[in-house]
Design a protein around this ligand. Structure first.
Ligand SMILES: NC(=O)c1ccc[n+]([C@@H]2O[C@H](COP(=O)([O-])OP(=O)(O)OC[C@H]3O[C@@H](n4cnc5c(N)ncnc54)[C@H](OP(=O)(O)O)[C@@H]3O)[C@@H](O)[C@H]2O)c1
Length: 332
């Protein structure tokens, strides 16, 4: 596993980071705790020692599971978590409502200083640690000036509660405002073979300003493993059922594209998922790919992608097939 320095911070993250959203169950139709802990164990054992979670994932459950899994191993891992999406308060900007077995919850974007200081204490408790390696603003809160959010992060760095400050889903303009107050180590945007908007603005900006980029959903939430057939029915409470990428015609077109690049995977004795992850971490400016896994089997498969080195001809071949892929109504 390769470790890469995160922007101007002292933090080094594994080129594949364990993504702990799905293991919280929330928006993924539930999850088994013992599988989740086994997945994190497999990640650490395989060298992918950076773990990304968020307070809102499972309304604290994901952080609690991560806390259990890393007990006695704190010095072996890099803990990345996020704040700024509140389900337990109504201050800030209403973001969306979600209904599942916990009833209807309204999620608010709240990146006010007071809320961040409170959230950090809660996350430290759930994670069972006294410091967070990277503390990221999950989404820009339009009701709070970026400067106020960054002041809170500066304070937490001074207090030793966090080692580095990061942001997620920030635009270039948001990052420009943030940098005036706090040295942000990284941005966490969406990025996969089929969602590449950041190549136009966020990636060049981060490269020019030495900001790390930790990309999320590189498998496009499982779609790019090639395992879904167009008639897939997701469990109740799994957000993918309503996502444009998972509509039958888009699954069909994505699978046809994956079939075209399969010979490259075969050439490396790799699965399609491994090829997709290897491609992601080979893209210029990407520091780490955040890959979600529900169990040890998925995780072990995913982290082996770090050993795959794609040639420039293989990268060109993938680019050629991507050019002819058109999806309907899905974010590109
Ligand atoms: N900052 C943000 O706003 C934001 C947003 C989204 C995600 N994230 C972060 O990024 C992480 C990764 O993104 P993600 O979880 O959305 O998507 P992802 O990594 O693209 O996909 C993860 C999902 O794909 C399936 N999968 C993974 N490995 C597999 C394998 N080897 N074989 C078959 N299926 C496999 C699993 O779901 P099934 O088994 O159910 O198919 C898994 O939960 C998250 O956990 C979170 O930490 C951040």
């Amino acid at each position: 596993m390769e470790f890469r320095k995160l922007g101007t911070s002292d933090l080094k993250v594994s080129s594949i980071t364990f993504g702990a959203w799905a293991i919280g169950g929330w928006m993924w139709g539930g999850a088994e705790e013992k599988d989740a802990i086994a997945a994190i164990d497999a990640s650490i054992a395989g060298g992918a020692t950076s773990i990304d979670t968020a307070a809102v994932y499972g309304y604290g459950r994901s952080e609690e599971i991560v806390g259990k899994a890393i007990k006695g191993k704190r010095d072996q891992v890099q803990l990345l978590t996020k704040f700024g999406l509140r389900w337990d308060d109504t201050e800030g900007d209403h973001f969306f409502a979600w209904t599942d077995e916990n009833g209807e919850k309204n999620i608010y974007r709240n990146a006010r200083k007071k809320s961040i200081i409170h959230e950090c204490e809660q996350s430290l408790k759930r994670l069972g640690t006294d410091y967070i390696d990277l503390y990221q603003c999950h989404w820009r809160d339009p009701s709070t000036p970026v400067e106020e959010t960054m002041e809170a992060l500066n304070q937490l760095i001074k207090e030793g509660k966090i080692k580095a400050a990061g942001v997620s889903n920030y635009t270039v303009e948001d990052m420009q405002a943030a940098l005036k107050v706090c040295p942000i180590a990284s941005d966490q945007p969406p990025y996969s073979m089929i969602v590449r908007k950041i190549e136009k603005d966020v990636l060049p900006f981060c490269r020019e300003n030495n900001i790390g980029v930790i990309v999320y959903s590189p498998l496009q939430r499982g779609l790019l493993t090639g395992k879904f057939s167009p008639d897939v029915k997701f469990k109740e409470g799994d957000h993918r059922g309503n996502e444009a990428h998972f509509q039958p015609e888009n699954i069909k077109r994505t699978n046809a594209f994956l079939e075209k690049i399969k010979p490259i995977a075969d050439n490396h004795k790799a699965t399609l998922g491994q090829l997709v992850i290897a491609w992601t971490i080979a893209q210029p400016g990407i520091t780490s790919a955040l890959v979600g896994a529900r169990d040890a089997v998925q995780c072990t498969e995913n982290i082996k992608a770090a050993d795959i080195k794609l040639s420039s001809d293989e990268l060109k071949e993938i680019a050629k097939h991507l050019e002819s892929l058109e999806l309907q109504g899905a974010k590109a």
